[in-house]
Design a protein around this ligand. Structure first.
Ligand SMILES: [Zn+2]
Length: 145
């Protein structure tokens, strides 16, 4: 946890996704620069959650009182497919603030075996193959939605 953390506010998407650990950001060929990148012509940035005006001045959806259906659907898809919950991230941001969340990300996405960077879209460490921890427990899964 140094000042040179790779986890940055500008890479936390409005939905709670950490773009830094997304496969799209990681790949060499035609990488994505994160959901907040200003590339209006690229269809990847036409996300309705990203462009939602209901957040007002808020930087992300963590302050939204009613989580919208789109966000819930995104969350469900990610929980089922990748064991990752953007809404869980939003809850941490809401409860502890962005700075604490970024520290949390630093720990969570560092492989315990090799200190390599883990990836949302991969169940194992890209560096050493060690299994990635699941973001939320089965109980939490049941309690949601
Ligand atoms: Zn590893």
């Amino acid at each position: 946890m140094t000042n040179q953390s790779i986890h940055k506010t500008e890479l936390i998407a409005p939905c709670g996704m950490n773009c830094r650990v997304c496969l799209g950001f990681e790949r060499k060929k035609k990488p994505c620069f994160g959901c907040r990148a200003n590339q209006e012509l690229d269809s990847r940035y036409n996300c309705i959650i990203r462009n939602c005006q209901k957040r007002g001045n808020h930087d992300n959806c963590s302050e939204c009182e009613n989580r919208c259906a789109r966000l819930k659907r995104l969350d469900k898809r990610y929980r089922e497919k990748y064991g990752y919950s953007p809404i869980h991230s939003l809850d941490i941001i809401h409860a502890l603030g962005m700075e604490a969340f970024l520290k949390n990300q630093e720990i969570f996405w560092t492989c315990e075996s090799c200190q390599g960077l883990l990836c949302v879209h991969r169940w194992a460490c890209p560096e050493c193959g060690a299994p990635r921890p699941n973001v939320i427990s089965a109980q939490e899964l049941d309690d949601r939605i």
